[in-house]
Each structure stands twice: as C-alpha cells, then as structure tokens.
Design a protein around this ligand. Structure first.
Ligand SMILES: [Zn+2]
Length: 198
C-alpha cells in the first residue's frame, strides 16, 4: 500500500479534476496575484488531500483495510461533506462528489498496490461482501511499518515515496496547468459579465 504522501497527492488531484467540471465553481477561482495556497483551491483542496490519506487512520484501531476502505465509506464521506456544504452555502453536489472522489482515490491506490500480508487488498464492498479485492496490475510498492527508523526501512520507504511521486507528479502537473487555464478563463468571463451588467 502507498504512503500517506502518495494518498494525499491523489486526494489533491481529485479536487483539481472536480474543478474542471462545469457548474457553480466561481468560488474556486483566485487571482494570479494571490498566494499559491489560494490558487491551489484553498482549504477544500487541503481537506481533499487529507481525505485521500485518512482511511489509514484505521491502523490505530486494528481494523485496517476493512469498512474504512469500502464504497460505503466513500458514500458516507460524500453525504457528510454534502451536509457541511449545505450548511455553509456551498454547492452541495460539487463539494460532496469532490470529497467522495478524494476519499475514493485511497481505495484506488491501495487496490493498485503490492500487499504482502493476507488477506490481500481491501474489503471494497463491505458490508455487502466480506471479499477482499486487489488489482492484478501493480503500480505502487509495499511500504514497511515495522522498525520505522532502521536504515533498511528508511531506504525502502524512501524508494516507495519516490515511485509514488514519479507516478502521481506528472498527473498533478498536467492537472494544475489545465485547471489554472480553465479557472482563469472562467474568472475573465465572470468579470466580463460584471462589466456588461454595469
Ligand atoms: Zn489504505
């Protein structure tokens, strides 16, 4: 399974791809002069990065890769995010699907990763099925959690992080460039319609 770094990158990528979907997204734009944080989509992109990684908090409770790694959990995240969006006057479907997609990337990355400890994979369809699912295609290597600060573990995990970045960084870079362009066009349209309304 990938590290939290790989998962967080995938969560941010999900937020940025949702920004490309037409609809009520003017609030996601930021002027080019604003900070990188605002241009990257502010707190909601950060929340999506956290959502991409948070499923592995189940390690603390010894229920790893069970219901936390299921479609049911993705739906729960979407419903909760939608409720928060409704309470804060944000587009409900957009925020709900953005957060659900960010959480869903965790399942995708784990499914695509090496798993050396049985049962292999994730309980994708919990509670409707107890079956464990893992991809026949391996994209991400196994990481080590024992003896975290031993030289061998540090080397293995550094290599795993490098591989995750090698796979995900090109996707993020393309996504960033496309998103910046799309939102800049949207901001220009909005300011144009403001002027014509004057
Ligand atoms: Zn996981």
């Amino acid at each position: 399974m990938p590290t939290s770094i790989g998962h967080a990158l995938a969560g941010a990528a999900a937020a940025w791809s949702a920004d490309l979907v037409p609809g009520r997204r003017a609030w996601r734009t930021a002027p080019p002069s604003s900070s990188w944080y605002r241009r990257a989509g502010n707190g909601l992109t950060l929340v999506c990065a956290v959502l991409g990684a948070i499923a592995d908090a189940d390690l603390l409770f010894h229920i790893h890769r069970t219901f936390t790694h299921s479609i049911t959990a993705v739906i729960v995240v979407g419903v909760l995010a939608g409720a928060i969006a409704a309470a804060s006057n944000r587009p409900v479907v957009r925020v709900a699907s953005m957060c659900a997609a960010a959480y869903g990337t965790h399942l995708l990355l784990d499914w695509l990763a090496v798993d050396l400890w049985p049962p292999y994979g994730i309980q994708l369809f919990w509670p409707f099925s107890d079956a464990w699912y893992i991809s026949p295609w391996i994209v991400f290597p196994q990481i080590e959690r024992a003896r975290l600060f031993s030289a061998a573990t540090l080397r293995l995990n550094a290599l795993a992080i490098a591989q995750e970045i090698a796979v995900l960084a090109p996707i993020l870079i393309v996504m960033w460039l496309v998103r910046v362009k799309a939102l800049a066009r949207l901001a220009a349209q909005l300011s144009g319609s403001d002027h014509s309304a004057e």
